[in-house]
Ligand binder design. Sequence first.
Ligand SMILES: [Zn+2]
Length: 209
Amino acid sequence: MVETSDYIARLRVVGGDLALDFVNTVDGERDGDPGFEHLRSYEDLVAWGYRVGLLPEERAWRVLRVARGRSSEAEAAYVRALELRDDLYELFRAVARGKSPPSGSVEALRRAESEALSRARLVPGEEGFVWQWPDEDDLDGVLWPVVHAAIELLVSGPLDRVKACAGCRWLFVDESRNRSRRWCTMEECGTHEKVRRYLERRAARRKRE
Ligand SMILES: [Zn+2]
């Protein structure tokens, strides 16, 4: 087993898209500053990649070993990952609001995709060829599928189903048939919101009485 911090092991994976699950690795209030950070080090990034199935166990171990031997490179890769996450958040938050994404974020993603594809191979898949990243120890490798997922979402959609949680800063693809999903999860934000509204109603009733 890859050693996984508690805050990675418990992280809910509910974005419905790899790129949005990556955005959702930091908590926080809706439109507020970032709150609890789930990716606190390069090791956490690898553990997250393992958790969401991007890195098989053996490869995760190998990358961690490489990272331990090249700690300043791992640190730089970690910073790049957080920068990418900021760009993806700005980009898809704008999409969720029906606005044009900031051009700087789109450009940053385009550049990241150029880098990712330059490392990828095209191999036959089930319905056509697909991009595949070779099993290398490159420290940025965990991000490439994330970058590509973001490009696919941006290019092919469904952008009209990208939404922001009504209670926090997380983003998700609303796959419900009638597009009625409002929360990252009902347990986390939905229930909080219901309790908050109940307390508001009760306070308002007391005032009237
Ligand atoms: Zn939420």
